[in-house]
Ligand binder design. Structure first.
Ligand SMILES: Nc1ncnc2c1ncn2[C@@H]1O[C@H](COP(=O)(O)OP(=O)(O)OP(=O)(O)O)[C@@H](O)[C@H]1O
Length: 241
């Protein structure tokens, strides 16, 4: 077998994805580099969440492939992705309000297949990055603020020490200051560990601060790609919408 020469960590190639026979994405291509923060923006309903779910194996494309480090994935599912260092933080946080943070983390250990012997160290590692999580570890998630819940969701995703994070609108329901508090540690971690991040955001201004490249989606198609600087003034952004 030859070594992988791909410079892309994760790729969607010719993805066709839809619900009930109605396509949302058709022949969609996307590439996420090693050590890259890619920001995906676009209208409500453009297909951003659908793309993230397809890349993570939560919805099956009817055609096209997802490639990881230069190789097509044969049996794409979220467990495979997790096992290969990819973690997703879904829109709406995806945590159960009735469970305590401790219980949510236990589910996270299970989902990421982390051995009991390694769990405490992982938890301590997550606490170092997101100290807030330690403070409300025994509280029920439903009693936490939106920002705290978002931190729990992120902490859960970090348990596997992923090489790649797929973040679906982490700013939803957060004040700008809270969003910065959340993204600061993530950016620091990204730089330290050379993670790849694909972030879907409506809060473009904040997301651009941590991004290396931007892609814009409209009605299931990629309509623009560029450097964050090109998107920093409002007129340029308005033209896209
Ligand atoms: N589970 C589903 N069943 C049927 N249709 C769906 C489902 N999920 C999404 N859709 C439809 O697919 C299209 C794309 O939705 P998607 O959530 O991917 O867009 P989005 O860009 O993430 O939007 P938003 O910013 O509102 O989250 C929309 O028309 C939506 O109604």
């Amino acid at each position: 077998m030859s070594m992988s020469t791909s410079s892309w960590f994760l790729e969607g190639r010719g993805l066709k994805v839809g619900y009930g026979g109605r396509p949302v994405l058709e022949g969609f291509d996307v590439r996420l580099g090693y050590d890259e923060v890619l920001c995906l923006i676009g209208h409500n309903g453009a297909g951003k969440s659908t793309l993230l779910k397809a890349l993570f194996g939560l919805v099956a494309p009817s055609s096209g492939e997802v490639w990881l480090e230069g190789k097509p994935i044969q049996n794409l599912n979220s467990r495979f992705m997790n096992a290969n260092g990819i973690a997703m933080v879904p829109e709406g946080r995806g945590i159960f309000p009735g469970l305590s943070v401790a219980e949510i983390m236990r589910l996270g250990f299970w989902a990421a297949g982390i051995k009991p012997a390694d769990q405490q160290a992982r938890l301590e590692w997550v606490f170092e990055i997101l100290p807030m999580v330690k403070r409300f570890y025994n509280q029920r998630a439903g009693t936490l603020s939106g920002g705290q819940q978002q931190m729990v969701s992120l902490g859960r995703a970090l348990l596997s020490q992923p090489r790649c994070l797929l973040l679906d609108e982490p700013s939803i329901g957060l004040a700008p200051k809270l969003f910065q508090d959340l993204m600061g540690p993530i950016k620091a971690l990204q730089q330290e560990r050379k993670m790849s991040i694909l972030i879907v955001e409506q809060n473009v201004k904040e997301a651009l601060k941590i991004s290396d490249r931007v892609i814009v989606m409209k009605s299931g198609a990629l309509i623009k790609e560029g450097d964050p600087a090109e998107f920093s003034d409002n007129t340029a952004l308005m033209e896209l919408y």
